[in-house]
Write a protein that binds this ligand. Sequence first.
Ligand code: SAM
Length: 279
Amino acid sequence: MATLDGLPPLRDVIQRFDLAAKKSLGQNFLFDLNLTQKIARSAGSLEGVTVFEVGPGPGGLTRSILALGAKKVVAVERDSRCLPALAEVENYYPGRLEVIEGDALQTDFAALAAEKGEGGPVKIIANLPYNVGTQLLVNWLVPNDWPPFWQSLTLMFQKEVGQRIVARENDNHYGRLGVLSGWRADSHMVFDVPASAFSPPPKVTSTVVHLTPKAQPLPCDLAKLERVTLAAFGQRRKMLRQSVKSLGGEALLAKADIDPQRRAETLSVEEFVVLANNL
Ligand code: SAM
């Protein structure tokens, strides 16, 4: 069967390189190149852009990113079994794909961007391994140096995680992740991907989330923001005067001009920042 890019169909690649999916590595592969194309397109124009990808696996999304004209893809993959399959993609797009064998959680992406980005725009696009996806997102959101090295993040998550990332006040999914991402970035869910699109299918629906960094996030100390959100959402059904008691309770809330009878879920991101700044 012909493919969009002339490379072999992904099912053949998986068979030829014996890439049986490993659960421990969060491997749920996408075979439909129209779908991977749609994910890559959600990142906006890729012309002249260096794309960082985490977990290229057999290379479906990687191929779509390259076909859409990215200047270069730098992909970090932990599973060495995938490297020969990715070498075929490298040969097909000479000089435009660099695969780094390693653990994305241990990778200094900012340093990599300085080294590989050639001063141009960098975007991150990934169908993330679910066991490390949230931690990677947090790593990309917390650096002191802001704006960050990335121009956008286009990431696949379990839908429930996606809902927590984009959630704001008065939403059941609102919590620490929503406050952190709302402080540093603008985000939205782009489209859902049914479990049946993956091989093997995960238990739940997935969703693609797109984030862009806020140019000037409100000044705030991350450690303090984490302390207030941990306390407030740790007892999310309780009134704030109770849930943030250990941080100063009513006195702290008075300084921040926040009604002590409110609950964590009703506070906007900006109000959490004010609370943190009064610690
Ligand atoms: N991009 C491929 C696709 O869309 O079909 C594969 C996505 S699969 C959900 C996740 C990929 O991340 C796998 O290839 C897995 O080996 C890789 N992976 C898992 N943990 C990793 C880590 N800590 N660092 C880098 N890659 C990792």
